[in-house]
Ligand binder design. Structure first.
Ligand code: NAD
Length: 376
C-alpha cells in the first residue's frame, strides 16, 4: 500500500506527517511517498523524509499512484483518477460544495473534523490538538500586540498592574489561552455556557464568570448547545461589564457546525481602554465580535482597540502543530489498516464510520447530506 503526503497550499506552513511519523509507517509494510518540499515550511526537509524511509515524488505521481492521500486542507483531484482514500480536514459542515464531487468520483473521504469526540478517539482528535496550539498562539499574538506589560511589575520607580485577560469560550482553545495567560502573569477571567467547565477554569488559576440558566449540554457529545434568548440577554449584560475592564480578550466560542455567535458588540468594544487587544479565534465562521474580519488586524479609530481575526494560528507554529496532527493521523491509520499495512475499512467501528463522509459513490454522513438536501 502506498500512502501519499501532499504539500499543503501556499497559505499553510504545516505538513500532515513529519518524518518521525513516516518512519513509524515505513517500518510496517507501508510505502510512504512524500511530495517534494512538502515539509520545508514546517522545518522537515526532504532529506529527513528520505532518512525516515520515504520516497520523494512529484504531486502528479502521488495523486496517480497513492492508495491513501493524507493532507490537512482539502485536495483538489483530477477527474479521471482511480478511487482513493482521502484523509484530511474537509470541513463538510462549513464548505459542502466539493464533497458531492468527491463522492461521485468514488473517493472514500475521512474528514478528521467529523471524528466522534469519544474517549477512544482522543489520540486522533485533530480539532483538539490544533485548538490547543491555537489557544497558546492566541495569547502570544495578543501579548505581542498589547502595548503594555502583561505581568505585575514592582520596581523602585513604581509598580505596573498586571493585564486582565478575558476568555470567552473555555473549550480546548480557551483553556489553553487561559493557561498561557496565567503563566505569563495576566489576571484571568473566563466565561462559557457550559457550567461543567467551571472546575477546569478554576484549576488553571482563572475566575469563572457565572451566568445562571444555561441549557444542559451533557448529552451533546462534548459540544456546546444552542442557548435560550433569555440566557443570551443575561450573558450579554455580564460580558459587557467584564469587557469594559479587560485589557486582552480572547474569543473562542463556537457550536460545532454552526456560525460563531456574536458575543462582543461594537458598543462593547467602544467601552474598552485604548491599547486593548482582542484575538478572535472563531474568525473563520464569522467571528465572535461584530467587527472581526478573518486574516485581518483592525484598529478601531475611536478608541484604538486592536481586533485580530486569524483562523490559522496553528500554521504559525508549524513544527509542533504538524507533529501533533501527524500523531493523530497515524493513530487513525491504525484503525483502517492491518498490522501488515493493508487497507482494512471496518465501518462497524463508530470512529471509522463517524469520520467517513463519502463512500460507494455516495455521501454517507447524515448532517452533510442534509446540507446538500440529498437523501442518504
Ligand atoms: P470547543 O468546542 O472545544 O470550545 C468551544 C467552547 O465555546 C465550548 O466550551 C463551548 O461551550 C463554548 N461556547 C459555545 N457557545 C458559546 C457562547 N455563546 N458563549 C460562551 N461560550 C460558548 O472548540 P475549540 O476546539 O476550543 O475551538 C474553539 C474555536 O476556535 C472554534 O471556533 C474553532 O474553529 C477555532 N479554532 C481556531 C483556530 C485558529 O487558528 N484561529 C484553530 C483551531 C480552532
Amino acid at each position: 500500500m502506498i500512502i501519499g503526503v501532499v504539500k499543503e497550499p501556499d497559505k499553510e506552513d504545516r505538513v500532515s506527517l513529519l518524518s518521525d511519523e513516516v518512519k513509524k509507517l515505513t517500518t510496517q509494510d507501508i510505502q510512504v511517498w512524500v511530495e517534494k518540499g512538502a515539509g520545508e515550511k514546517a522545518f522537515c526537509l526532504d532529506d529527513a523524509y528520505k532518512k525516515a524511509g520515504a520516497i520523494l515524488k512529484t504531486r502528479k505521481e502521488l495523486l496517480i499512484n497513492a492508495d491513501i492521500l493524507i493532507s490537512i486542507h482539502r485536495i483538489e483531484l483530477p477527474k479521471d483518477l482511480k478511487s482513493k482514500v482521502l484523509i484530511g480536514i474537509y470541513q463538510p459542515l462549513y464548505d459542502v460544495s466539493q464533497i458531492e464531487n468527491l463522492a461521485i468520483d468514488g473517493h472514500v473521504v475521512f474528514s478528521m473534523d467529523m471524528l466522534p469526540r469519544t474517549t477512544r478517539a482522543q489520540s486522533m482528535d485533530v480539532l483538539s490538538s490544533q485548538s490547543n496550539v491555537a489557544g497558546y498562539g492566541a495569547f502570544i499574538l495578543a501579548a505581542s500586540n498589547y502595548p503594555r506589560y502583561v505581568p505585575m511589575l514592582m520596581t523602585a520607580a513604581g509598580s505596573i498592574k498586571p493585564a486582565t485577560l478575558l476568555v470567552l469560550g473555555a473549550g480546548v482553545a480557551g483553556l489553553q489561552a487561559i493557561a498561557t495567560g496565567h503563566r505569563l502573569g495576566a489576571v484571568v477571567q473566563a466565561f462559557d455556557t457550559r457550567p461543567a467547565v467551571k472546575e477546569e477554569v478554576e484549576s488553571l488559576g482563572a475566575k469563572f464568570i457565572e451566568v445562571e440558566g444555561a441549557q444542559d449540554a451533557s448529552k451533546a457529545k462534548g459540544y456546546a448547545v444552542e442557548q435560550t434568548e433569555a440566557f443570551k440577554e443575561k450573558q450579554k449584560a455580564k460580558i459587557a461589564s467584564c469587557i469594559q475592564k479587560a485589557d486582552i480578550v480572547i474569543t473562542t466560542a463556537q457550536i460545532f457546525g454552526s456560525k460563531a455567535p456574536i458575543l462582543v458588540t461594537k458598543e462593547m468594544i467602544e467601552t474598552m481602554e485604548p491599547g486593548s487587544v482582542i484575538v478572535d479565534l472563531a474568525a473563520s465562521t464569522g467571528g465572535n465580535t461584530a467587527l472581526t474580519k478573518d486574516a485581518t488586524k483592525i484598529i478601531t479609530p475611536t478608541n484604538q482597540v486592536t481586533i485580530i481575526g486569524d483562523s490559522n494560528i496553528p500554521s504559525k507554529f508549524p513544527y509542533d502543530s504538524s507533529k501533533l496532527y501527524g500523531r493523530n493521523i497515524t493513530n487513525f491509520l491504525k484503525l483502517i489498516t492491518t498490522d501488515k499495512g493493508d487497507l482494512n475499512l471496518d465501518f462497524s467501528d463508530e470512529l471509522v464510520s463517524g469520520t467517513c463522509i463519502t463512500k460507494d459513490g455516495k455521501i454517507v454522513n447524515e448532517r452533510v447530506s442534509k446540507l446538500l438536501e440529498v437523501t442518504v
